[in-house]
Design a protein around this ligand. Structure first.
Ligand code: VGL
Ligand code: ZN
Length: 195
């Protein structure tokens, strides 16, 4: 079953990139490749109903405090212009792409980035785009449920949007045991319709 689309409803596809969705990727999210077909079904349903589709793409410089090699927690991944940063080859891309993490900003959410040096948060174009399109409901799918999907869904709630996360359309990193359960709880607490 795909989510419902139509006027006022948009789809956000988060980070369905090779480093996350390919078993050989540098930050492989277990089962990430299994969601591509279902994500494509959401894209098709959204396009058929006239709903806009947005894609986020993790897009890091080779050196960033986001990576363990420079003081962060993550193995280097989604370095701008590399094969790992490309969308999964089977993903249907039919909408605007929003890159995040550019210039070393810590970009988890598709809506905002954070400068690790100053802690300052700034908005991406996504919130403004959705407002202009009159979007009040956002369906969020993609990777990973305990990081970029969670942060994007929480930011969308802060903007006052109704947010739906179909659990079959995401997978979790689980860097720490229980991350998945905590992420689902945090999203439900914020009013995200996780189902
Ligand atoms: C992500 C960890 C680091 C994600 C991105 O897309 O969820 N997770 N960078
Ligand atoms: Zn990243």
């Amino acid at each position: 079953m795909t989510a419902r689309y139509g006027p006022g409803i948009a789809l956000l596809v988060v980070d369905v990139q090779n480093d996350f969705a390919d078993p050989a990727g540098s930050l492989y999210v277990a089962g990430g490749e299994e969601i591509v077909e279902g994500v494509n079904a959401e894209v098709a349903a959204a396009v058929a109903a006239g709903s806009p589709v947005f894609y986020s793409q993790d897009w890091h410089p080779a050196r960033t405090p986001h990576f363990v090699t420079d003081g962060g927690v993550w193995p280097p991944h989604c370095v701008a212009g590399t094969a790992g940063a490309s969308f999964h080859p089977d993903l249907v891309v039919s909408g605007e792409v929003i890159r995040k993490g550019v210039d070393g900003a810590d970009g988890y959410s598709a809506f905002s980035v954070r400068d690790p040096a100053s802690g300052h948060r700034s908005a991406t174009v996504l919130g403004e785009r959705l407002a202009r399109l009159g979007v009040s409901t956002l369906v969020v799918v993609g990777l990973a449920g305990d990081h970029c999907v969670r942060e994007s869904a929480l930011d969308a709630r802060l903007l006052g949007l109704t947010v739906t996360l179909p659990l079959a359309r995401t997978r979790f990193v689980n860097l720490h045991p229980g991350d998945e359960e905590r992420a689902v709880e945090a999203m439900r607490d914020a009013g995200v319709l996780v189902g």
